[in-house]
Design a protein around this ligand. Structure first.
Ligand SMILES: NC(=O)c1ccc[n+]([C@@H]2O[C@H](COP(=O)([O-])OP(=O)(O)OC[C@H]3O[C@@H](n4cnc5c(N)ncnc54)[C@H](OP(=O)(O)O)[C@@H]3O)[C@@H](O)[C@H]2O)c1
Length: 260
């Protein structure tokens, strides 16, 4: 069986994918990509696997090229590709730095697409690609705008890719969870950003959402939306105009006035 190539493997959802792929699917070979090599080494030790660890900042060309070089050198058979590296920032367009805005697009969209394309020639028949979308990918979200738009991109990209790669016996699944208990919300500024959501809890547990996604990917589903609440949101997003949805979402945020 081929390897699993996982970006964002140092934390949260990516790390949990590695755990379940080893435990429940018997995958032995792993390529783990993220910036924090020490975390990935600890994961490899915990899982007792021989992993190729690729420390890389995927917001940069050098980081993406580190994955490309490793693929060209080793030409591995890939069973599962998971693009889980990603981050978001709460705040309006003028509250998020230009650098963070660009990095969100570079990581969530550009790196995800380039790594998918460079990995595809090495995918085994029967292989699976899982791309990290989000429950926020279904509608425009003021003050979470660039993040939500980046995940919309991932959703559309993955749904089209699904049809492109079908002929190679490969499936592509967009994974769209609600808020999950990982380091994501801290990095997004849940405690400090102006215009952050008032309520993000209860958070979903990472184990069941990853388990559900792997099951959906194995069945060849184009998209996996997690729990009933995110499914309900998805349905409402389809039927309500985005003007109403945007106002509802804004009403769920803390803003500068609330904090006075
Ligand atoms: N948690 C949620 O509520 C939630 C909901 C919907 C979608 N998602 C999506 O799920 C994915 C995983 O997030 P998570 O919840 O597991 O958050 P997390 O615990 O913060 O993990 C994010 C992962 O992305 C990696 N990463 C961040 N910046 C990177 C960079 N510049 N280069 C390479 N790797 C980078 C991090 O590794 P290093 O810091 O070591 O580089 C880490 O492994 C993301 O795409 C996120 O948008 C999360």
């Amino acid at each position: 069986m081929g390897i699993a190539l996982i970006t964002g493997a140092s934390s949260g959802i990516g790390r949990e994918f590695a755990r379940q792929l080893k435990r429940d699917y018997g995958i032995e070979g792993f390529w783990l990509v993220a910036r924090r090599a020490d975390r990935m080494e600890a994961l490899a030790k915990e899982l007792d696997i021989k992993a190729r660890i690729i420390p890389a900042d995927l917001c940069t060309d050098e980081g993406v090229n580190a994955v490309r070089t490793a693929l060209c050198e080793e030409k591995p058979a890939i069973r599962v590709l998971i693009n889980a590296a990603g981050f978001g920032r709460f705040g309006a367009h003028d509250q998020i730095s230009e650098e963070d805005t660009a990095r969100m697009i570079d990581l969530n969209c550009k790196a995800l697409v380039l790594i998918t394309h460079m990995a595809l020639p090495y995918m085994e028949r029967g292989g699976q690609i899982i791309e990290m979308g989000s429950g926020s990918c279904f509608t425009p979200l003021p003050n979470f705008n660039v993040y939500a738009a980046s995940k919309s991109f991932v959703l559309h990209y993955t749904k089209a890719l699904y049809y492109e790669v079908k002929k190679y016996g490969v499936s592509a699944t967009a994974f769209c969870p609600g808020f999950v208990h990982t380091e994501f919300l801290d990095a997004a500024g849940t405690d400090k950003a102006v215009n952050r959501p008032k309520k993000t809890k209860p958070l979903l547990r990472v184990e069941p959402v990853v388990r559900g996604c792997l099951r959906a990917a194995r069945k060849g589903k184009k998209m996996y939306v997690t729990n009933w609440y995110t499914k309900l949101q998805h349905m409402l997003f389809k039927i309500l105009p985005d003007g109403i949805l945007s106002r509802l979402w804004l009403g769920m945020q803390i803003n500068a006035e609330d904090e006075k």
